[in-house]
Design a binder for this molecule. Structure first.
Ligand code: ADP
Length: 275
């Protein structure tokens, strides 16, 4: 008879144990890898503006000492770079906060029209600067959605801000909302909110990766426009926490439409009857 200590090379464990643990190890490695990549990316994104600020301080203390015109210009750049670092840190904090409570679906009743108007109002400076316009199209009796008003505001702000940044100068961005029968993720009734711009659009091969953290079609252009590369990653996480659906469509040379569907507010649940 054979004993557990027999060293004939045959495993006494059923093979499927091995398969499952290999699978888990692979999953853990992927998660570890992603975390390490994320930290490396975030560090790089913060280091770049900081190095530039240090570079300008050195120039102002050295070659540009006493050159008032240069000093003024450099201070402007340093302010811009510092603001970008603050935005990046704010976005990183948002992401980690959203991820912390990703398993809790927010349940408040959220009317959309005031949020759309608020987003448009807060982006007025950009609208002015790029000679653009925002058009809001909302049916009269739109039902409220179910969620977290601040997060819904944040994601609509990110998307509208992208539209204003990347669309053609002088064009119009349209924010619209309409009921939909079924959200793919939950099967629930919902409201589809679309942000449509007229701009260069996004090449189709980039669409699947757009919501990855720090993924950009044109990194230099995004940085120049003040982007952090986290806007769409934040949108994706907020949508998924709301059990909603995100859809990005783009036609090169024409423009982009991003649509978010969120579940309609269900009302507080009736207290259960105990027979
Ligand atoms: P960023 O801070 O770079 O704008 P996002 O995560 O918001 O980061 O967007 C990722 C990338 O997707 C952008 O860098 C840009 O290349 C592309 N993008 C997003 N929205 C649009 C749009 N409306 N039109 C064209 N490109 C867009």
């Amino acid at each position: 008879s054979r004993h557990a200590s027999d060293s004939d090379g045959e495993s006494t464990e059923p093979a499927f144990y091995v398969v499952i643990s290999m699978h888990d190890i692979t999953k853990m490695r992927v998660a570890e890898r992603m975390r390490a990549d994320f930290v490396a990316n975030a560090s790089h994104e913060l280091r770049t503006p900081l190095s530039s600020v240090i570079g300008f301080i050195e120039t102002m203390n050295g070659p540009a000492k006493g050159d008032e015109a240069a000093q003024e210009r450099f201070l402007g750049i340093m302010e811009e770079e510092s603001r970008r670092m603050v935005r990046l840190i704010d976005d990183l904090l948002s992401l980690s906060r959203i991820e912390l409570d990703k398993h809790v679906q927010p349940k408040s009743s959220v009317p959309l029209e005031p949020i759309l108007k608020g987003v448009a109002a807060s982006l007025e400076p950009t609208v002015q600067k790029r000679h653009m316009a925002i058009n809001i199209l909302v049916p009269d009796s739109l039902e409220p959605v179910q969620g977290d008003a601040d997060q819904i505001h944040q994601m609509l702000q990110n998307l509208t801000s992208n539209a204003l940044k990347y669309a053609y100068e002088g064009s119009t961005v349209t924010l619209s909302a309409q009921p939909v029968d079924r959200i793919p993720e939950s099967g629930q009734r919902g409201i589809a909110i679309s942000i449509t711009d007229h701009g260069p659009g996004i090449p189709p091969e980039h669409l699947p990766r757009l919501t990855e953290r720090f993924y950009r079609v044109d990194a230099a252009r995004s940085r120049k426009l003040g982007g952090t590369g986290l806007g769409l990653a934040i949108v994706k996480h907020i949508v998924s926490r709301h059990r909603g659906h995100l859809d990005i469509r783009s036609i090169l040379g024409k423009g982009t439409t991003v649509t978010i569907s969120l579940p309609i507010y269900q009302g507080p649940r009736e207290p259960e009857d105990h027979p």
